[in-house]
Design a protein around this ligand. Structure first.
Ligand SMILES: Nc1ncnc2c1ncn2[C@@H]1O[C@H](COP(=O)(O)OP(=O)(O)OP(=O)(O)O)[C@@H](O)[C@H]1O
Length: 367
């Protein structure tokens, strides 16, 4: 999978630019605030209908402009696709694949995929469990439709149960529906746990390899999946997991009623990340944290390739800062397979790059 050509019109600080890319490595360099991240953002948007950083589509329309357009020629599944997105102030965006209107972002993802890594992704290691659950759910929802369906049902049932627990003091009759919601949570929760455990196992293998190589074999990364305490084997059968979830619900019934909260279930799951046997969240340095977060994203890319047979395009924004020479060398020269875009500042060690194309971005002009 690759992007061969990109056209940006009135997109952020790009008035009208077109670029043709290398099928393997593309380095985008320039001073701060010139448009490097904007370029990666446009590519990421085409793959997901969503910006990795903007809160609204309007933010991406050039100042003083009424609309913006991103167009691309993409090669995937042995075919070429023309992809196009138009963003407007005050009306709905338009998306097209090969001139045919795409109604949902999923129609873009069905053709083109990217993995985006930026400095803020340190949150994957440093933030609370919700950030890592979101990462797991993002990977699984793209690749496993059955998971996406189970997760949606789980969230719905969770919300209903939370409302019952919150309001039952005033309206005790609500409690009559609780056993049914508990059962649905156990059944859908077991599917969620089953898929997450499998993904964590594979993420752990790939991320450990990437982290080990990036750190020159000096650091060992390990992931452990944390779920409901009664689940003995999260990789076991869905039926067994559901039974163990029921047992957890029973033992937490009175605590849930007292707290007025739903205390039992995979909505509290986490992945613990260890470097050299110690919690990365608590003890790792800035460079180690960045390497571990990058390793997770590279692992996501490998899993995607395993499932679909194609590597998604890898977008690495400002990944070199805070990495020592060995780690930079790994990022620049040893990430193989699939097309890669890397942004960096003027003074990064570009002469060390092997192959690929180098683009200079200055005030929204690509050279
Ligand atoms: N909607 C917009 N219209 C026009 N310009 C915009 C818009 N949004 C952001 N910009 C401009 O884009 C520039 C930032 O671009 P970008 O984030 O791509 O920088 P960068 O080259 O990645 O810089 P750094 O190295 O600092 O990360 C800023 O000058 C900002 O004012």
């Amino acid at each position: 999978m690759r992007i061969d050509e990109l056209t940006l019109e009135r997109f952020r600080n790009y008035a009208c630019e077109r670029a043709e890319f290398d099928p393997r490595c593309n380095v985008i360099y320039g001073e701060n605030a010139q448009g490097k991240t904007n370029l990666l953002e446009a590519i990421a948007y085409l793959s997901s209908g969503r910006s990795p950083r903007a809160r609204s589509d309007r933010e991406m329309i050039g100042f003083e402009e009424q609309d913006a357009r991103i167009g691309a020629r993409v090669f995937a599944r042995d075919r070429e696709f023309a992809m196009e997105v138009e963003l407007y102030r005050g009306r709905r965006r338009r998306m097209r694949v090969n001139q045919v209107a795409a109604k949902t972002a999923a129609e873009l993802s069905a053709v083109f995929n990217t993995v985006f890594f930026c400095p803020e992704d340190l949150y994957l290691i440093r933030d609370g469990a919700a950030a890592r659950r979101k990462f797991l759910d993002g990977c699984l929802c793209q690749l496993r439709p059955r998971y996406a369906a189970a997760l949606t049902s789980y969230h719905k049932v969770y919300e209903h149960k939370t409302r019952i627990l919150r309001d039952c003091g005033e309206k005790p009759s609500l409690l009559e529906a609780l056993p049914e919601f508990n059962e649905q949570m156990a059944v859908t929760g077991a599917v969620v746990i089953h898929y997450r455990a499998q993904l964590c196992q594979r993420l752990g293998e790939y991320a450990a390899a990437a982290h080990g190589e990036c750190s020159g074999g000096r650091e060992e990364l390990r992931l452990t999946y944390q779920t409901v305490s009664t689940v003995e084997d999260p990789l076991g059968s869905v039926g067994d997991i559901a039974e163990q979830l029921r047992s957890h619900q029973r033992s937490h019934e009175s605590a849930e009623r007292a707290a007025g909260l739903c205390l039992s279930g995979p909505h509290k799951d986490d992945i613990e990340v260890f470097i050299g046997g110690r919690s990365a969240r608590t003890y790792s340095s800035q460079g180690q944290t960045r390497t571990a977060a990058l390793a997770l994203k590279l692992a996501e890319r490998e899993i995607y390739q395993n499932v679909t047979g194609e590597y998604p395009v890898l977008l690495l924004d400002d990944v070199l800062s805070e990495l020592d020479e060995r780690r930079q060398e790994y990022v620049l020269n040893r990430i193989s397979g699939g097309q890669v875009f890397i942004t960096c500042c003027e003074d990064d060690r570009l002469e060390e790059l092997l192959g690929g194309r180098v683009f200079h971005v200055e005030r929204g002009i690509i050279r």
